[in-house]
Design a protein around this ligand. Sequence first.
Ligand SMILES: [Zn+2]
Length: 379
Amino acid sequence: MLNSDEDVIIVSESERGPGKSTAPGDKLTWHFVADKVNDFAWATAENFIWKATRATIPGKGAIPIHMVYAPERAGSFERAGKVSRHALEFYSSLWAPYPFPQFTMQDGPSAGMEYPIVINSNQGAADHETGHQWWPMTLGTNETRYSWMDEGFNQYMNILSRADNDKKPYNQDGLGQSYGRTSGSEDEAPMMWNADYAGGGYSFQTYGKTPLMLSMLGGIVGDEAVVNAMKKYTVAWSYKHPSPWDYIFFMNNELGQDLEWFWYYWLWTTESVEGSIQDVKSTNGKTTVTVLQAGEMPSPVVLKVEFEAEGPAIKTPSNAKMIDATTAEVTWPVSVWFNGSRTYNAVMDFGKRKIKKITFDPHGRFPDSNPADNVWPRE
Ligand SMILES: [Zn+2]
């Protein structure tokens, strides 16, 4: 089974039972031994089929993936080995190599639960449950108190895994902005709230919101910087019990920015950004964009500026970068809001080329319930 990515049947339907797949006699004793684990689980059934395949872990080589399942659910295990292999290999290179010597997927009434080295899962939840080998099986966080550091991080990396499996670049655009549709719901508990008391908003609080938060973080520091910092966090805190504050301080330090405002609003509140363009005035080649901040959560001011194809040369101010010959993206830091003002006059000096269109938050990273007012002129 370690020589190829094929599935190999170890115990088929006709090979089950004492004297065939196990030692003869009516009593059988199994001893399970595992290092560095924080929990255990096992499954048993007299009718399990056992098949196996492999995953190739960087720096370690091939390890077995075992699958045990009832014959009537063979169809749910057809792709299970392949999905788990991709997850083990992808997350190993994304964060840190899978630390355990083997991996098992077991069938049963529960088809979505994680333990170290073993998951109750068929192919349906295989990517996600395999992801739990990192959180909380390697970084031992408290899922009840800080579910966002466990299920939330897992949901985020599942997006990256899905894109890699589809051989596409991952796309975090739009996710952060979409939180504007949820913010303000009385059913939503803040992320720093015990998941057992999250009520009707449990699923969003525990699973849904973290990828939106990390989408906005990527909109500020770049997605690659987020992934790299998370990777270093994984290595630094493996086999330890990081608290939310450990994570926050680690990320601030790694990303080289004081992001206290960011963590405060995402983790301790249910506030959103709600930016919009109120007015645009041009005189002598200088353009003033009046941005309104109607939410409680601040954000950097990021404007996409689209120019007419013809006209005087476009100058590039130091806080701008050209995306193509007639499109620029210009950024002012979040601190422009720290004096408490609700409007900010963003002054741009691109020279006298005529501006066709301006968009606030062009990548859809900042929570906003009505992105239609982010565009000038209004569509
Ligand atoms: Zn989970």
